[in-house]
Design a protein around this ligand. Sequence first.
Ligand SMILES: Cc1ncc(COP(=O)(O)O)c(C=O)c1O
Length: 436
Amino acid sequence: MALSRRDFITKSSALGALTTLPSWNQVEQERTISIENIEYAAKKIEHLSPEEAAKDEDFWFTIQKAFIQSPHFINLENGYCSPQPVEVMNALFKNINMMNEMPSFYMRRKQSEDREEVKKQLAKLAGVSTEEIMITRNTTEALETVILGLQTLKEGDEAIMTNQDYGSMLEAFYMRARRYGSKNKVISLPLHPKSSKEIVDCYEKAVTPKTKVMLVTHMINITGQILPIREISEMAHSKGIEIISDSAHAFAHLDFKIPDLGCDYLGTSLHKWLCTPLGAGLLYIKKENIKKVWGLYSETGFPDDDIRKFERIGTHPCWTYLTISNAIRFHNAIGIKRKEARLRYLKNYWAEKLQNVPKIILNMPMEAERSCGLGNVGIAGKTPAQIADYLYDKHKIFTVAIDMDAVKGIRVTPHLYTTLEELDLFVKAMEELARS
Ligand SMILES: Cc1ncc(COP(=O)(O)O)c(C=O)c1O
């Protein structure tokens, strides 16, 4: 008898038999649905608030069916990158076919126009002008462009960052310090701040007359904590300091427009929460700051304050960029308010069930403004690797171990297609391990 993925995971877990896995063709793929189906389903719940809609399992069942997932394990590690909805993946295949029929013709005659069109859609989504954004491959490319290219950070000048920022961004500042003699101040942040002011104060205390720039991770990837970036920007600007926002996880996950943050520079990865094909990101630079940044790649054909000076990146897979349009359409069909509310609901669903279990340690704040879909949980007496291995080896639940000075636990990242049944299995497994 053919099994759906849902049936498969539920039945196998009930039997404790996830070790005997079927192959792909033994598992009947549930029919995926179109963006029009989602728009229709969203229309039916438009009278609900985002928080009410977050609990409407019929609506989310429709969204779940828009993705195809491996039947072999439960994926609670969606922070690294997202699967594309099937509609988006099909659009990618079409774009690959189209370009393959006319590779150099496309590159020479069509790519610039198409890229500008996609930029228009992205600019609208981000609430900024097309003159302030560039499509990159990812956050790393976006932010390395800024960190390594910033002309205002001179020898002896200081940059402030935290030990919970993403490794590649810290590396970029370390490299910059080696190459050009700037100084890095790495501060710590509390895992459970009592107020936004407590966080702002951490940055403010590190400021000296030499501070020129702060790196602020909008949503910290190892815990999911959301930082009060607007307040940090205001404090920094009052002292003439610029803000680089690492919004890798925040974009298309939280409901905001870039100008709301007050930051000067921002990078994000669209292959995370916008669900584009892999290899799509966004760089934002406030118009007046563009002239302050050298490009990573060379281009002297545009004026210093023209964002296109960063776009001479060589031959690259344009189909990825083209398909951003389809991902935006999918995202808009759900609606960012509903998406944010659902992701927060899923995190709260498992975290609230675990928070009073003996030995369980939640490593993220629970207030709505301080966390959303990402969370981190540890168990006293167990290493993060022991927890992650137990979950995968015994229950086929995939998470990632985070073993750093700043935090020890597993990162848990459900996605829009995650079911409550899957989270119940996760909670049960964690309770079992905490008791053992
Ligand atoms: C906070 C943060 N910044 C930057 C990155 C780098 O993203 P990418 O590998 O897409 O460049 C990540 C990736 O997980 C991240 O979590």
